[in-house]
Design a protein around this ligand. Sequence first.
Ligand code: GLP
Length: 242
Amino acid sequence: MRIHILDNYDEMSTKAAAIVASQIILKPDSVLGLATGSTPLGMYAQLVEMHKKNRVDFREVKTFNLDEYLGLAPDHLQSYNYYMFENFFNHVNIRPENINIPPGNPENIDRACLSYDRAIKEAREIDLQVLGVGINGHIGFNEPDFKLKTETHVVNLTPETIETNSRFFDSVEDVPRRAISMGMGSIMKANKILLMASGKSKAEVIKKTVSGEITTEVPASLLQLHPEVILVLDREAGSYLE
Ligand code: GLP
């Protein structure tokens, strides 16, 4: 793992945006795996700025988002679909047909999972997968469990994740109990992985990610098995690393 520890959130975002932009400059038709959550917001804002200054061109880029809440319509303010368009896609020149987000309201969930995996396979490979991490070690919505799934699947969110994510909703009752998530197999097959983390609340899980026991109970720990992982952290998130 290559680990970059930056002084603060803004510098972490700048570093992550530079890594994503370099990927696209080197390979204009890159396939990106994208994450939501509060951590990558600054990175998306910086990529939008870079695009406005003609420094990065998304015309040939294809994207696959990691996950979506089940039961939320695409225009729901807390859906990841809404988040992605509001914070990123609406402000860059990506082609709508190149955007892939797991559906939150599919007619047939099993078929939706299969068709998401088929689309990933047709894209051949994810060049760069951006990840955040939950305080319990989840990546995407692959929650800690005694076993993990390789392909896109439905997840029952843990009480901890529901509680943590309730900060975005009016009340904890409004947080969907289930989500659809890309599996660990698709994540681990990405050529490169960029994991971002910010703040003291992530310090413990970052330590486990880097040097803890490799266990499905901390899905992020499996990244130790991947040959090309770049960690971009702010000082607080990296504070438990030696
Ligand atoms: C959410 C998302 C993840 C995200 C993580 C951390 O539940 N499903 O994709 O990486 O939790 O979120 P945050 O960046 O807000 O801490």
